[in-house]
Structures are given as C-alpha cells and as structure tokens.
Design a protein around this ligand. Structure first.
Ligand code: NDP
Ligand code: MG
Length: 385
C-alpha cells in the first residue's frame, strides 16, 4: 500500500489526484489539506477516510471538526496543520497542489521528514528552488514533477542519465489570446481569460496561462528541476496541447512526450514512478488529429514570459517578486480592481522597485513577498487618488 498526503485536495489537481486514488486500490490518501472548502473536504473524508486533515482557516476547521466528530479523523488548521499533514508518519509521498507560496514551508518540512515530493505547486520551486533542491539531495528524497510539461521532460529523460541535455523545448498552448496584439488585450475581462482552449484548471493558473506568466513560472521551474541554463530553455507554442514538452540532446536527437491533455497521467506517473499503470481515458487518435503545429511565442505582447527569463536570470529574491506581484495582481484582476494588462505591468513595476537579496532564506522570501504586496498596494492607492 502506498500512502500519500494531498495538500490542496479540494482543488483541480487535488480532486484529480483523488480520482487516481479511486482507480488504484493500492493507493491510500492518509492526509488531506484544504483552504476553506469544508463541504468538499467533508465528502472526501467520508469517501477516503484519511487519518488527518487540515483546513487553513481556524473557524472553518472548528466547523468541520463538529461535523466529522463521529469519525476517527484528526482535524487541524493553519500552517501547523498543513505541515502536520505533509509530515504525517505513515505518508511516503506528499503531493503538493496548493496554490501559491504557501506551499514552501510544508514542502521543506516534508523533505526533512524523508518524504518524496510530487510537485504540482510550481510557485514553491520558483521562489525557493535554491533551498529546496539542495535539501532534497541532502535528505535523499525524490522530487517528482506533476506539472504536465515537466513530467513530459522527465519522461523524455528516462534512460538518458549519462546524456547531457542540449535544450529543453517547453511547450505552451499560447492560451486563449494567442495571436492577438497588445491593443486587443486592453479590455479583456476575467470571464474571457478564464476560458482555456485545452485544459481545465484552477482560476489562478488559468489566468496565468492566458498571460503566459504560467509559462514564465514553468521556465523557472524547469531550470531548478533539470539543472539547465536559461539559454537552454526554449518555449515553443504548440496550440493543440498534444506535445507536452521535448528534450533535445547533444546529437540533435529530440525526444517528445505526447498525450491527450489529462493531468491524471502526470499525477499518476509521479505517484508510481518508474512504473506505468493503466489509466482509463481518451487516447490520441492520430488519424483524427491530422496535424500538430508549432509557433514562436510573441514575447512583446506576452511580456510576462520575457520578464520571467529576466527574473530567473537575475535570481535571488527576484523570482519571488515576480511570483508575488503576479499572485496579487491576478487576484485584483479577478476582483475587477485592475485591468488585464496591468497584471504584467504590476510584475514589471514590482521587479524594478525591489531591493535585491542574493540568496534569500525562507524568512527573506516571505519578506520579499510582503514587500512586493506593499509596493503594489501603495502604487494602486496613489493611482486612485
Ligand atoms: P486550485 O485553485 O484548483 O486549488 C488550490 C487548492 O489549494 C485547493 O484545494 C485550495 O483549497 C487549496 N488551498 C488554497 N489555499 C490554501 C491554504 N492556505 N492552505 C491549504 N490549502 C490551500 O488550483 P490548481 O489545482 O489548479 O493548482 C494547484 C497548483 O498546481 C498550482 O501551483 C498550479 O500552478 C499547479 N498546477 C496546476 C495544474 C492544473 O491543471 N490545475 C497544472 C500544473 C500545475 P480550497 O479550495 O478549500 O480553498
Ligand atoms: Mg504546466
């Protein structure tokens, strides 16, 4: 029996992970953590019978505790609860699918407790990769990618251990606004940006896909996972989302991983690596597909991608600023407080304003996050006056 923790069990990745658990009788979800959706978490408790669950907000945790008091499950809250779920004794792999930088601490504690990490929460590596990668090495735990592109790259690298990567070809769908000019993006509303052509995902990442900031975060994630230079990571637009990414080797050979857009494959692969298991679902039909096309990304219109390379190359605390500015700006955009183009403008502003820290500790990363929020809030306040 393989026992796992799922951080963010009520989200898009979390529920698909539970779907994988449902399909495999030798997988058991022994701890689950969520933000505030206690209705769904209660159903999950009833179906999966975890030992321990955690809810971010204390009042919500209390409410849930009352509802499940007849069951044998511990209900915790806050960062302590999240960490307790990650470090739960019986767990061997922690699948982290919370959204945002909240995922850093639980991952660090899970690694220290000797757990393997199946990582969907890319913000963790983007902001704290310099701490997490060496820590995982020190504790001898595996860091397995769940993000579809990184899983694809990882799959392409199987059996290639001795061979150097010449280039990573990170594919992108281009999002719903591919081909548009900056001018045509001015009046985009949340409803428009929330429609992804191929993937069904949580709100934040769907907006990030439309701005290509998601791809920017993935460029930084790839740098940490595969230990390459930024000059070796090339984003390729692949509008059908069939080629999930590719690796070019020194002899010019290119390996690609293809499949239908279904996150359960990378989730299951990370949980059972190196084994492949049956996964029910649609299969690629190359007769029907007929063509797979490629394009160069438009980094002038989608400046967020360009800025990610800048942030990544500068390193230190700048990727945190990039990520934090985006998190806040996306939430403001969803609340209709700022316009679509202001999301990326905010990232650029925050990056310029920030006081650089070379090798930030977790505390300094969290401080850089707060500083970024503060700088942007001040900016928006000034503009309102
Ligand atoms: P969702 O918004 O759908 O889900 C986020 C999950 O995190 C929910 O379970 C939410 O709980 C939980 N959560 C939020 N805040 C907290 C908190 N403070 N403490 C504990 N749990 C919290 O996001 P996605 O599933 O789309 O994405 C999750 C991560 O995976 C992101 O980092 C994303 O970039 C990455 N990813 C997602 C992909 C996808 O296809 N969706 C693909 C590749 C990567 P609640 O609902 O109760 O608030
Ligand atoms: Mg991805």
């Amino acid at each position: 029996m393989k026992k796992i923790a799922i951080l963010g069990s009520t989200g898009s990745i979390g529920t698909q992970t539970l779907d994988v658990v449902r399909n495999n009788s030798d997988l058991e979800a022994v701890s689950l953590a969520a933000g505030s959706n206690i209705e769904l978490l209660e159903q999950q408790i009833l179906e999966f019978r975890p030992n321990v669950v955690s809810v971010w907000k204390e009042d919500k945790a209390k409410e849930l505790k009352e509802k499940v008091k007849h069951l044998n499950v511990k209900v915790l809250s806050g960062m302590d609860g999240l960490i307790a779920c990650a470090a739960e004794k019986e767990v061997s792999t922690v699948l982290t699918a919370v959204v945002g930088m909240i995922g850093i601490r639980p991952v660090i504690e899970a690694i220290k407790a000797g757990k393997d990490i199946a990582l969907a929460n890319k913000e963790t590596l983007v902001t704290a990769g310099h701490l997490i990668i060496p820590l995982a090495k020190e504790y001898g735990v595996s860091l397995l990618p769940v993000d579809s592109e990184h899983s694809a790259i990882f799959q392409c690298l199987q059996g290639e251990r001795q061979n150097k990567i010449a280039k990573i070809l990170l594919t992108a769908s281009g999002g719903p606004f591919r081909g548009r000019t900056r001018d045509e993006l001015k009046n985009i509303q949340a409803e428009d940006a929330l429609k992804h052509p191929n993937w069904s995902m949580g709100q934040k990442i769907t907006i990030d896909s439309s701005t290509m900031v998601n791809k920017g975060l993935e460029v930084m994630e790839a740098k940490w996972l595969f230990d390459v230079d930024y000059s070796q990571i090339q984003v390729v637009v692949q509008p059908q989302s069939i080629v999930h990414s590719m690796v070019e080797f020194e002899d010019g050979g290119v390996m690609a991983q293809l499949g239908t857009p279904d996150m359960r494959l990378p989730i299951q692969y990370a949980l059972y690596y190196p084994e492949r298991r049956t996964l029910p679902g649609e299969r690629l039909d190359f007769y029907k597909l007929s063509q797979i096309t490629f394009e160069e990304p438009d980094m002038d219109t989608f400046r967020g991608l360009h800025l990610a390379y800048e942030a990544g190359k500068q390193g230190g605390s700048i990727p945190t600023v990039y990520n934090a500015a985006n998190e806040l700006a996306v939430s403001m955009f969803l609340k209709k407080k700022i316009s679509y183009l202001e999301i990326v403008d905010s990232i650029e502003y925050a990056m310029e304003k920030h006081r650089f820290i070379e090798n930030p500790s977790v505390e300094q990363i969290l401080e850089a996050e707060q500083e970024t929020y503060h700088n942007l809030e001040e900016k928006w306040k000034r503009e309102e006056e």
